[in-house]
Design a protein. Sequence first.
Length: 167
Amino acid sequence: MDALDALVTRRSVRKYKPDPVPQDLLVKIVDAGRLAPTAHNDQAWEFVVITDEQRRHQLADLADYGKFIADAPACIVVLSEPTRYYLEDGSAATTNIMLAATALGLGSCWVAGDKKQYAPQIVSLCGAPENYKLVSMIAIGYPAAIPAPKKRSVDDVLHWESFRGGS
């Protein structure tokens, strides 16, 4: 699948088949995250892949809107050193991870981490230094269902020269 196809077909998947995701695919997906752009080329992120069912349940129990993490065969936790642009950099990595998952025939869903009350507990659960920031948790697996949300058309969101149009 090419990059534009991945962009067009990516969806937030919250229902997964129980089939495990092969480790080599998880490595490819994390590698795509590693290749995302960063401010000043800081590359301050770290990625923790969690496939253990009990640990995924712990993540799901802590997350406000990520209960489906328990049912996904894998979860990639994106952490970062507290650099000036950790959120932007980690978000770029998260997007790359989700697009790579789509390109490999997997589903994914981004669960927020930054500034959430559970963030320090997730950082601790991952064994990271306590000053690290939780950017996101990404459920990964083979989709049991692929939602088809209605997207706004490009004509509804594109503005030339200024928001109100014209010059």
